[in-house]
Design a binder for this molecule. Structure first.
Ligand code: AMP
Ligand code: MG
Length: 484
């Protein structure tokens, strides 16, 4: 590892290290381990510009072979509940180079995922395989395109080294960018260490970084909890409305910022069924589509428990305060979800019967295994909606009556629907196709074209394109794998 100015010619690295000022409980020094033969696979020029990093991509930096100017690499410590069981973790293969201050004043963690072993690697090799890193790149950028808060992907570099998994696979490093990597599990780590001053330092830091308006309040911690509950309710409602299944909603994979994080076994649902699970290890369906809101609330309850000592000096009162915030999740989620589902049906304002109208549609979709994305997009256009709803005359009449009762025109309703129902999502078979072309044949054009589509998923340009198509009937059941 060397600190080189060369690689950063034209680059405007502006790295700060506020996280490193937290107590040492939360981080350890960690040096990226240089790789044999780094080769840039993909670079997010548009996002780089936003970060103030418009430049010839410094491949050695994104490989971990060279540090950018001002880097002070660390691995973050955290704990977490994995499939319901508490465990201590930490970044076993991700190294934070620092926080890039963008020209607009925003602060972004720059993290190399797959950059080598750290103090938290346990038995792992600290590395990542090319396929899963490209998959994270595609899906995280697709989430961004859909308007859903998410960590971003800046670059993927192939390492020229093999990684051993089930098979031997080509290795890669992903540069992940996030508004922070503070997790529910970071708070659980402080609580598990029974270190109240560290816990307070983390909470104060989180408030300064993500919720500065709370800083002046008398007891800001219950409002911190409430704010995180609000962001997660909004986030998971957005997932539900595009059929996104995270797949591994462990508390260490839940970001306090409200960004979607950790794209391991995630996937988008095709045919509508709340029981849908893609992850090969989720035997009991804990993280099934329909369970996501409940699991988010369960995770937030773990956050509340970790925060208890800060909520009130009297434990009983602290539990009361925490419970109140956790219970607010239900209403917050319902409001977000209903609001977005209304928009998906072209409805601007509230009416009492809306929930029943939405549920009747979903029930029909479930019975007929209708494709979630395709159905809503077809509803967005009057000519295709009529055909789709041929067999659902009653529902269609109710919906039309409902649309007729609002002051907005049908054209306005249709515009709202087109902006709320994506034409394209990262369909599993499409993503697989792009990854196969990239890894087996070294052909990146399939992925690049897919990224272009997914960057503007609501665009009517795609309505008549093959990118909209659900998988062919009879296509095999899709499965995702952990241990990436
Ligand atoms: P994840 O399932 O991606 O959330 O990872 C859970 C934990 O396992 C995290 O602490 C990761 O850093 C760690 N981990 C995953 N893969 C590896 C690896 N290849 N080497 C070391 N640690 C890993
Ligand atoms: Mg994780």
């Amino acid at each position: 590892m060397s600190n080189s100015q060369e690689s950063s010619v034209g680059a405007e690295w502006c790295l700060e290290h506020s996280y490193s000022e937290l107590p040492t409980l939360f981080h350890q020094k960690a040096m990226p381990v240089a790789v044999k033969d780094p080769r840039l696979v993909v670079f997010n020029h548009r996002f780089a510009e936003r970060l103030g990093l418009a430049m010839d991509p410094p491949v050695k930096v994104f490989a971990g072979n060279e540090l950018p100017a001002g880097a002070r690499p660390i691995a973050q410590a955290y704990a977490g509940h994995q499939f319901g069981h508490f465990t201590t973790l930490g970044d076993g293969r991700a190294i934070l180079l620092g926080e890039q201050l963008a020209p607009d004043g925003r602060r972004w963690d720059i993290q190399l995922k797959g950059a080598g072993r750290t103090a938290f690697s346990r038995g792992g090799d600290g590395r990542a395989a090319l396929g899963p890193m490209l998959r994270e790149y595609i899906i995280s950028e697709a989430m961004h395109g859909l308007g859903i808060p998410t960590t971003r992907s800046l670059a993927v570099v192939a390492t020229g080294e093999d990684v051993r998994r089930q098979d031997i696979l080509p290795g890669a490093v992903l540069t992940r960018v996030a508004s922070s990597h503070i997790r529910v599990g970071t708070f659980e780590w402080a609580a598990a260490n029974r270190d109240q001053s560290a816990l307070r330092a983390l909470a104060d830091y989180t408030i300064r970084r993500h919720f500065p308006a709370l800083a002046t309040l008398e007891n800001p911690y219950q409002f911190l909890l409430g704010a995180v509950v609000g962001r997660q309710a909004a986030l998971v409602a957005q997932w539900q409305c595009v059929g996104f299944i995270h797949g591994v909603m462990n508390t260490d994979n839940m970001a306090i910022s409200g960004e979607t994080i950790d794209y391991g076994p995630c996937a988008f649902m095709d045919g509508y069924d709340p029981a849908t699970v893609f992850s090969s290890i989720d035997h009991r369906g804990r993280y099934a589509y329909g369970n996501q809101p409940r699991i988010a609330q369960w995770n937030l309850a773990r956050l509340a428990e970790a925060l208890l000592p800060l909520l009130h000096e009297d434990e009983e009162k602290a539990i009361e305060v925490g419970t109140l915030q956790i219970e607010s999740f239900g209403d917050l989620f319902e409001r977000e979800w209903l609001g977005r589902m209304r928009a998906k049906l072209g409805l601007f304002a509230e009416e009492a019967g809306d929930r029943a109208l939405i549920e009747a549609l979903l029930e029909w979709m479930r019975e007929s295994r209708a494709d979630f994305t395709h159905t809503f997009r077809e509803l967005s256009r009057s000519e295709t909606a009529r055909i789709l709803l041929e067999s659902q005359q009653d529902w269609q009449q109710q919906w039309h009556a409902r649309l007729g009762r609002q002051e907005q025109s049908l054209a306005e309703a249709e515009a709202l629907m087109l902006a709320s129902n994506p034409a394209c999502i990262p369909r599993n078979y499409r993503v697989e196709e792009a990854l196969a072309a990239a890894s087996d044949m070294g052909d990146l054009s399939v992925m690049e074209e897919l990224l272009e589509v997914l960057g503007n998923p609501y665009d009517v340009r795609w309505d008549d394109s093959e990118y909209r198509l659900p998988p062919a009937p009879g296509a095999g059941v899709y499965q995702t794998f952990c241990g990436t």
